[in-house]
Design a protein around this ligand. Structure first.
Ligand code: GUN
Ligand code: FE
Length: 427
C-alpha cells in the first residue's frame, strides 16, 4: 500500500466537488484507490506517506476524441469549415503517415504532449496505415498512458492515397489487437484497439457492415463522428436516404451502442437520434474547441445530460487547437453560456463541477473504474502546484476554479496512471 497526502479534489458526482484539505489517499499495490481519508486511519498508521504539502491532487484527464496524425496541424488552418477543411488540410497531412519515419517523429511528440497535459487516458484516431498505427500504440505503452487506438477505415469520398479496403481494416485491426496484447506492460494501464470508421461519408455500406461484424466477433468498442456540421448531415442524408437519422446509419450495422460507442460532436443531435443514443447509451464526446474553430455549432450538452445520455470531453486536434483537456473544460463552460444566451436562458449552463466531471469520471468510465478517487478506482492522478495562482483566504474550491481557468501543464509536478508514476517520455 502507498499513501499520498495533499489537497484532494475530485467529483464522485457531477453536482459537486469532494474536497479533502490535506487529506490522504491510499493506493493498493495493484494501483487501485483503497480509500480517501481526512485522518490517517489505524490500519495505515505504519504505511509510508508521500506528502505533497499544499499542492492539489486531482484525477488525471480523459480525452475521448483526438486525432494523433493531425498533431502537426494543431493551431493551423482554421479558415474553413469541416468538409473543405478535411480535403484541403487534413487528408493531405494524414497521407504522410504511410512513411513510418515521419509517423514516429510526429507520434513521439504527440505522446509526449499527452503526458505533459496530464491526459492519462485517451481515445485516439490514427490513420489507415497499419505500421504507423502500431507504432503509436507501442509509444503509448512505453509512456504508460492508457488508451484506445483506432486504425481508421475509409473507402469512399477520400483521396486515393488515403483509402483502404474492408479486408485491410479486418487484417489491420486483428494485428493491432494481437500485437498490443503481446507488448502490453504488466501493471500499466492497457492500450487497446477500437473500431474507427472515420464517418459515414468515408465508409461504404460494405465497410460499415464489416465493422459491425468485427464489433460483434471481438466485442470491440467503436468510435466515430456524428452530426457535427450542417453540410455534413445533409450529405449523409443524400448518401444514406434510407437511414432515419445519421445515427441510424451506424445503428443498422451494429455500430451504435451494440458495443461501447463514442460519437464525437453531436452538435445537431435531437429527436429520433437523441432517443436512439439514450436507448443505446452511446457516449457523446463534446469537443467545444473544435466546434468553435470549424464553425460547426454548439452541442446540446444540457439536453444530453437531462436525458441520461453519457457525455465526455475531447480535444479533437487539429479541429481543436490545443491538446489540453483543461482548456476544453473551460470552453465547455463558456460555450454552454453562449448557448444559454442564444436560447434566452432556456437551458441551464454547465457548472464547474459538471464540466470537471465530464473530463474525469464521465470520460474515464469508458476505460472502467477511472477518473475518481472512490475505492476500487484506478489511481490516475495529477499533483498540481498552483502556488503562483493562490492567495491567502482562497478555499480549495476557489483554487480548483482558478486552476481550470488559469492553470496549464507547467503546474503539473507528478502524473500517475493506474497507480504508476509516469516519467517523462522520450521525444
Ligand atoms: N469528420 C470526419 N473526419 C474528421 C476529422 O478528422 N475531424 C473532425 N473534426 N471531424 C471529422
Ligand atoms: Fe474528430
Amino acid at each position: 500500500m502507498k499513501v499520498y497526502r495533499a489537497n484532494i479534489i475530485f467529483t464522485p458526482s457531477a453536482e459537486r466537488f469532494e474536497v479533502l484539505e490535506r487529506g490522504y489517499v491510499a493506493v493498493t499495490d495493484d494501483g487501485l484507490v483503497e480509500g480517501t481519508y481526512q485522518q490517517l486511519p489505524p490500519h495505515l498508521q505504519s504505511a509510508s506517506v508521500t506528502d505533497y504539502g499544499d499542492m492539489l491532487l486531482i484525477p488525471g484527464f480523459a480525452d475521448l476524441h483526438v486525432h494523433a496524425p493531425q498533431y502537426r496541424n494543431m493551431g493551423l488552418a482554421m479558415d474553413l469549415e469541416l468538409l473543405p477543411w478535411l480535403n484541403t488540410y487534413t487528408f493531405p497531412e494524414e497521407q504522410k503517415f504511410a512513411d513510418c519515419a515521419y509517423a514516429e517523429k510526429i507520434y513521439r511528440r504527440f505522446v509526449h504532449e499527452l503526458w505533459m497535459q496530464g491526459t492519462m487516458r485517451s481515445a485516439i484516431f490514427a490513420t489507415i496505415h497499419q505500421e504507423a498505427t502500431l507504432l503509436l500504440g507501442r509509444l503509448l505503452q512505453e509512456a504508460g498512458l492508457g488508451a484506445y487506438v483506432g486504425l481508421v477505415g475509409m473507402n469512399r469520398n477520400c483521396p486515393d492515397g488515403l483509402r483502404n479496403s474492408s479486408d485491410e481494416v479486418v487484417a489491420g485491426t486483428e494485428r493491432l489487437m494481437q500485437e498490443l496484447a503481446a507488448s502490453g506492460r504488466e501493471g500499466y494501464a492497457p492500450v487497446q484497439a477500437i473500431l474507427t470508421p472515420r464517418f459515414v461519408p468515408s465508409c461504404t455500406e460494405e465497410m460499415l457492415d464489416t465493422y459491425g461484424r468485427l464489433a460483434q466477433q471481438y466485442h470491440l468498442p467503436v468510435q466515430s463522428h456524428l452530426s457535427e456540421n450542417v453540410r455534413e448531415i445533409a450529405w449523409v442524408k443524400s448518401l444514406e436516404p434510407d437511414a432515419e437519422t445519421y445515427g441510424h446509419a451506424y445503428y443498422r450495422y451494429g455500430l451504435f451502442g451494440q458495443t461501447p460507442t463514442l460519437m464525437a460532436h453531436c452538435c445537431y443531435t435531437d429527436g429520433a437520434e437523441l432517443e436512439l443514443m439514450k436507448k443505446q447509451q452511446v457516449m457523446v464526446v463534446h469537443c467545444p474547441t473544435s466546434n468553435c474553430n470549424l464553425a460547426s455549432g454548439m452541442a446540446p450538452v444540457r439536453t444530453f445530460l437531462d436525458n441520461g445520455v453519457p457525455v465526455a470531453l475531447g480535444t479533437d486536434i487539429s479541429g481543436g487547437n490545443h491538446l489540453s483537456v483543461l482548456r476544453v473544460i473551460q470552453y465547455a463552460l463558456q460555450v454552454s453560456k453562449l448557448q444559454y444566451a442564444a436560447t434566452k436562458g432556456n437551458k441551464a449552463f454547465l457548472t464547474l463541477s459538471e464540466a470537471f466531471y465530464l473530463a474525469t469520471k464521465s470520460g474515464g468510465s469508458f476505460f472502467g473504474k477511472v477518473g475518481s478517487f472512490e475505492p476500487g478506482y484506478a489511481f490516475d492522478a495529477l499533483v498540481v502546484d498552483d502556488s503562483y495562482l493562490n492567495f491567502a483566504g482562497y478555499s480549495l474550491l476557489n483554487r480548483i476554479e482558478r486552476y481550470v481557468y488559469l492553470g496549464d501543464d507547467r503546474d503539473i509536478k507528478h502524473r500517475f496512471c493506474n497507480g504508476k508514476e509516469l516519467a517523462e517520455p522520450k521525444m
